[in-house]
Ligand binder design. Structure first.
Ligand code: NAP
Length: 276
């Protein structure tokens, strides 16, 4: 019987603990979120982040811009937030409108306020094997989930599918730091299933159905990061959950696995930045 890596349950446990800590803090952190454009999914994510922060006792500030916002406007807002002592953490909701250079925007966030851990300073620290101010939220959430179920990655072969700066690359570095043997796969990888069959643990961050049960060895661990809507509008992950879960030792569902852990990490990071 496979064990479900229950992200909702762990998130609730983390929030209980975090709320108690925040209740005892005389001053509260403030999370500033920049939302540019009118991507409906982004608007929902930002609303959830604000609501979650406020329920925990974290102040939150959402700064919205229309899709024709200029890069100069965004850069000057980020500089203003960097210099504002009342702001603890800055998050720029991605994706940004196409005419905006996202790297220039992210690079401008002060590393001490970079709650997503995505600035070159924090990613650089991570890749050098040093401590960043905070770790990127989704990779951090994935490792918290593995830890909760006592899944030790030391010496294990972990196959990471997807090589984004947001998920694939940082999670691979974090796993490497914990002595996993990491293989990175992406859209140019040949014979993906030959590689995944040798995996003890799979972390899949693609955004389409890429993993079926014939691609895995039995009793492996599957962490499904992907989120997309199928033709019926149902939220899906990268993994054929119904069949894959028959052979795995542990598997994270979508929804209810990595998603809640990402938001839990965001809140943890906000408090970590506040406490310095
Ligand atoms: P991304 O930047 O679009 O990266 C997707 C990666 O998948 C790329 O590296 C791409 O390869 C690779 N890929 C595409 N098709 C493939 C295939 N057929 N076989 C193997 N690899 C393939 O995405 P992301 O930002 O990392 O997000 C990935 C997914 O995770 C999305 O569904 C996103 O919504 C979800 N996500 C979920 C959470 C959460 O909290 N649960 C957080 C972040 C992201 P190339 O590099 O060669 O193009």
């Amino acid at each position: 019987m496979t064990v479900i890596l229950d992200g909702k349950k762990l998130r609730d446990k983390i929030f209980l603990d975090l709320k108690a800590k925040l209740d005892n803090m005389p001053q509260k952190p403030t999370l500033a979120v920049i939302l540019a454009g009118n991507d409906p999914a982004s608007a929902i994510y930002v609303r959830n982040k604000k609501k979650t922060a406020e329920n925990l006792g974290i102040n939150s500030l959402v700064i919205e811009y229309p899709s024709n916002v200029t890069e100069t406007e965004l850069l000057s807002k980020i500089k203003e937030l960097n210099n504002d002592k009342s702001i603890t953490a800055i998050l720029v909701q991605l994706p940004l409108p196409e005419h905006i250079n996202k790297f220039r925007i992210i690079d401008t966030i002060s590393p001490q306020k970079d709650v997503d851990g995505l600035t070159p300073y924090n990613l650089g620290k991570l890749f050098a094997g040093e401590e960043p101010y905070v770790y990127p939220c989704t990779p951090k959430g994935i490792l918290l989930l593995l830890d909760e179920y006592n899944i030790d990655v030391d010496g294990k072969h972990v196959v990471v599918i997807g090589r984004s700066n947001l998920v694939g690359k940082p999670v691979a570095q974090m796993l490497l730091k914990r002595n996993a043997t990491v293989t990175m796969c992406h859209s140019h990888t040949e014979n993906l299933s030959e590689i995944t069959k040798t995996a003890d643990i799979i972390v899949s961050a693609v955004g389409k159905k890429v993993i079926g049960e014939k691609m895995l060895k039995s009793d492996c661990v599957v962490v499904d990061v992907g989120i997309y809507k199928d033709e019926n509008g149902k939220v899906r992950g990268d993994v054929d959950f119904e069949n894959v879960s028959k052979i795995t030792a542990y598997i994270s569902p979508v929804p209810g696995g990595v998603g809640p852990m990402t938001i839990a990490s965001l809140m943890l990071n906000t408090v970590e930045l506040f406490n310095g």
